[in-house]
Design a protein around this ligand. Structure first.
Ligand code: SAM
Length: 203
């Protein structure tokens, strides 16, 4: 197993093992600010095809569906794909980010909430290209990630942390234009806002 494969497989194995605890710990998280940041950048008058990239156990698939859209989940954890499908009734693709294959799919929007930071830096340009290709013209990518200037292990999970400028560089290189960004949680001083959210348009 090479270094990137190890990062990916150990991280997914961690989520698989702790799937029920993760659901209990995150099912009530309020990420409506992020859901609306994506939807606000897209047409309001129609049902949208949305990819939930790294969907976890399905909290946000359910939200998008309730709002009248057609979400599809994607996750490397087989346990999460099953849970997400059972909880939301939405289709889920059990794929790893490094081997993501969206042939035959097109989306209006992609919601990558707390997921893209798990992609090792050498794979990030490729993954962003695949997401860019899967979007329709004027499609929108939402990303929210813990910010920083490093990469490494947090327990059994690998993460690659970027600040605004470097996030923007990766996104622009893949053909996106960053429309706006904000830090979370809302209403805190910046040093207590570990999350960076970006809304980016396919150009
Ligand atoms: C922090 S969780 C976020 C889950 C969900 N989006 C949420 O907001 O609750 C990260 C998700 O990414 C998935 N993931 C991590 N690395 C992955 C990889 N290399 N390939 C596919 N899925 C991966 C995990 O299984 C997990 O569902």
């Amino acid at each position: 197993m090479n270094d990137s494969e190890e990062k990916e497989q150990r991280t997914i194995a961690h989520y698989d093992r702790s799937a029920n605890a993760f659901w209990q710990g995150t099912k009530d998280h309020d990420v409506s600010q992020n859901i609306h940041a994506l939807l606000d950048a897209l047409p309001k008058d129609k049902a949208l095809d949305i990819l939930d990239f790294g969907c976890g156990p399905g909290r946000d698939l359910q939200q998008f569906k309730q709002l009248g859209h057609r979400p599809v989940g994607l996750d490397g954890s087989a346990a999460f794909c099953t849970m997400a499908h059972e909880y939301s009734g939405c289709p889920t693709l059990n794929q790893t980010f490094s081997e993501i294959d969206l042939t035959g799919f097109t989306f209006d929007g992609i919601f990558a909430n707390a997921s893209l930071f798990h992609v090792p830096k050498n794979h990030l340009p490729h993954v962003l290209k695949v997401l860019h290709q899967a979007l329709r013209p004027k499609g929108v990518l939402f990303t929210s990630n813990p910010r920083g200037n490093s990469d490494g292990w947090q327990g059994q999970r690998y993460g690659h942390y970027l600040e605004l400028e470097s996030s923007q560089r990766y996104l622009e290189q893949a053909g996106f234009k960053v429309l706006n960004h904000y830090y979370r949680p809302q209403g805190k001083p910046i040093d207590q806002q570990p999350w960076l959210a970006l809304v980016s348009l396919k150009t």
